[in-house]
Design a protein around this ligand. Structure first.
Ligand code: SF4
Ligand code: SF4
Length: 203
């Protein structure tokens, strides 16, 4: 016969008189511990719709659907599939687009559809080959990350000047002789066909 060890008897006696680790939720409110990995909460203002989180999400809870006709990217996050691993937060390119909450843990619902969250972002579509380039916010973000390197042509320099107000508008005014293009249009190179495409009011 195997007798219990002294250590096990001691642990059993201690646990008999110590408070329970579990709480009586939902009968009593529950406060998760610090750094608890709860619901991924999206900050739409800091999410640029780049698709990175969808590529690293192990169960495929994040999906991107591009509508080229409407020029809209629809991002859905299914909390019913989420395993709260935190990969989306870890790999978010802006570092602030999504973060796991250490407070929101009660995600039960009767309807699976109600657990799907939706975001929409404006798409940039190539005017030549109709390929999706990325979202306007993503492009803007890259532009800001590049910093001064992004302002490598006169149009971009004018936009920078407008933002920082280094010189008056009259000093930097350029007469536009080509009536097909405007000063506030940006030239992008389509990654699919490598042709130029125009984007208005990027900054
Ligand atoms: S926490 Fe993990 S499973 Fe949930 S959405 Fe983010 S990457 Fe996907
Ligand atoms: S990685 Fe970040 S910025 Fe990109 S779509 Fe996901 S949450 Fe948004």
């Amino acid at each position: 016969m195997n007798y219990p060890k002294i250590r096990e008897i001691k642990e059993a006696i201690v646990s008999l008189f110590s408070p329970a680790y579990t709480s009586r939720f939902p009968n009593e409110p529950h406060t998760p511990y610090e750094n608890y990995r709860g619901k991924p909460v999206v900050d739409d203002a800091n999410c640029v719709g780049c698709e990175t989180c969808a590529n690293v999400c192990p169960p495929g809870a994040i999906k991107f659907v591009d509508d080229k006709e409407k020029k809209v990217r629809v991002i859905t996050r299914d909390m019913g599939l989420c395993i709260f691993c935190g990969q989306c937060e870890l790999h978010c390119i802006t570092g602030k687009g999504v973060a796991l909450s250490d407070k929101i843990f009660d995600l039960s619902a009767f309807n699976r559809e109600s657990m799907i969250e939706k975001q929409e972002k404006e798409l940039l579509v190539c005017q030549s080959c109709d390929a999706v380039i990325t979202t306007r916010e993503h492009y803007k973000y890259i532009h800001n990350v590049l910093g001064p390197k992004a302002f490598s042509n006169i149009i971009n320099l004018n936009m920078l000047n407008e933002r920082l107000q280094l010189a008056s508008r009259e000093d930097t005014e350029v007469e536009v002789l080509d009536h097909l293009k405007r000063k506030d249009m940006f030239n992008l190179i389509c990654p699919n066909c490598l042709r130029q495409t125009l984007v208005k009011d990027l900054l």
